[in-house]
Design a protein. Structure first.
Length: 195
């Protein structure tokens, strides 16, 4: 199977469950469903967090009588199973090891960066794919939901990313960006230990 087809399947596994959850809750009487909304303060301004000062999006909000009565994240609990694959990312000639992961919880270990990397390009990537406006009721955003601050280990930095409803193109642009930052090797998956 080609890499693009595999990534499409990983994304579709999550997005189909995301759509099912929206449809299920939308069918309830007396409620409306808002999805992929950016978290805002009482003044309606988007809030940011962490050292990268990034916003984040909630998956689903349930509205009753004009008030949020419930909110939840779509968690697929399971993921597609496949044997880990290793490939060269062509534009930047670095190794990528791809292990099973959830589109809504992807961890990335980055090897070979300088000891104090400039994370501004990563922040810019996230903000571009975060999308400026919330989606219309009948559309998906096509954007990312969350990016953690980098966590430094002995020989790598690790990120956690919720790719939300962003297309596979966002994943590819992330790899391009990491190559431009000087990455020598990347591991993508879900890891039980720290970096």
């Amino acid at each position: 199977m080609a890499l693009g087809q595999l990534l499409d399947q990983i994304r579709d596994y999550y997005v189909s469950r995301f759509i099912d959850a929206i449809n299920e809750h939308s069918a309830n009487d007396g409620v409306s469903v808002v999805h992929e909304t950016a978290f805002c303060n009482a003044e309606g301004e988007i809030v940011t967090e962490g050292t990268l000062a990034l916003p984040l999006r909630g998956d689903v909000l349930i509205i009753r009588d004009g008030m949020v009565s419930d909110s939840f994240q779509i968690d697929t609990k399971e993921m597609l199973s496949f044997d880990p694959i290793t490939f060269d990312w062509p534009d930047n000639a670095f190794d990528v090891q791809l292990q099973p992961f959830q589109w809504n919880w992807m961890q990335v270990r980055i090897f070979g960066l300088p000891s104090d990397p400039d994370w501004q390009p990563l922040r810019s990537w996230f903000l571009r794919w975060f999308r400026e406006n919330d989606p219309a009721d009948d559309e998906l955003l096509g954007g990312v939901h969350f990016l953690s601050d980098p966590e430094d280990g002995e020989d790598c930095s690790q990120l956690s990313i919720d790719l939300g409803t962003a297309p596979v193109e966002s994943f590819e642009e992330l790899l391009d960006l990491l190559g431009e930052m000087g990455t020598l090797r990347v591991q993508i998956g879900q890891f039980t230990d720290g970096p």
